[in-house]
Design a protein around this ligand. Sequence first.
Ligand code: PLP
Length: 455
Amino acid sequence: MTERPNSLHASDIAHSMHPYTNMRAHEEKGPMIITKGDGVRVHDDQGKEYIEALAGLWSVAVGFSETRLADAAYEQLKRLPYYHSFAHKAHEPSIRLAEKLAEMAPEGMNRVFFTNSGSEANDTVVKMAWFLNNGLGRPEKKKFLARNKGYHGITIASGSLTGLPGNHKDFDLPAIPVTHLTCPHYWRWGENGESEAQFTARLLKELEDTIEREGPETIAAFIGEPVMGAGGVMLPPEGYWPGVEAICRKHDILLVSDEVINGFGRLGTTWGCQKMGFTPDILVTSKQLTSSYMPLAAIIVNDRVYDAIADNTAKLGTFGHGFTGSGHPVACAVGLENLAIIEERDLMGNAARLEEVFQSGLRSFADHPLVGEVRGTGLIAGLELAKNRETKESFAPAGSMAPRVVAACADEGLIVRAVYETVALCPPLIVTEADVAEIHARLGRALDRVLAEVK
Ligand code: PLP
């Protein structure tokens, strides 16, 4: 018999394979074990307290100790712990949540399909687009357009839509027909002397040229996050999204807004597409939908998309797609309670009200010697680190500095995330002005500590 590891720490090293982790480094370093949540704060197994300024994985809107969500889950577990929605079956929590999402969604988006994760949702979107175009008798209209640095998940199709090399290398992705267009981030990808308006025009021309080259009859959909999250918190240039929408409409290309991070007030508006000025055909949500207390994602489609899919199910006899956990009653009950809390406490309004103090405090680091650019909107932000702000030269080796700052933040009692050269922040929507001041103070001390080490 093998010896049992004598601590959680040792057991984790012995048995767990962690996502997004260098597993060999983990064998040396071991886990940071989080044991308890309390509002915007979490505690580790050493008793240290942190402000969780990434809301877990950009997701815990209502904080880490909301007992109403625990009660909603428990009540549902007692009443009906599981049922499905295959083949005309239904249950109240998923009916009510679909109704609620249709009420919240932009005009004309009335139908909802549930999955367990954002990745599954985007996989489903790909399959919906293919199913719909086959049904409409245009089987060649299958390709997707996405963007470099976009993040849409990690399954075979959603990972193909993701535009990050780390999600493709050695996974043999992309595995579906997808073209990744230029990342719409002016500071990094704008050319020398190019104005922001010229940058927008160049990106829109690239989109038009790509459609012309590939043939509009071969392109099913364009997918993007209104504001990019996991690729490094990047805001599009002025006029970008309305321009993309107009081009998609002209060529009958479906527009998919991936709001897995942006949705439910992250940008200070209900949906990211509202803030960015466009209306999608398909809107994908997850994360803040349940504050990640339960796994759940939802795809909301407009009537045109629904009708085309529904007609094809009538032709074929079914929609041959769905997950055992699609619309899980416990997840939906938690989602409904979570959205009720977001509304009752006006947490989306809180994000809008705190935007200025949150963003301006971060912008005060724009002159810090480690910082290249500070960017953000609502309650999401990124500090891109750079060796030289003028030339935008990054620190070497690539991607090494943000993890150092993130480690220094953890020492200061602040959890943030390194995405390539960017330190990302995305605190729970319940954050207060005092918490925001504390986030700024801890981040500032961490930046100064790292600066003192590298000087
Ligand atoms: N889409 C976006 C915009 C995301 O940020 C994420 C996750 O971070 C996903 C999709 C994938 O969601 P999941 O991790 O639940 O599969």
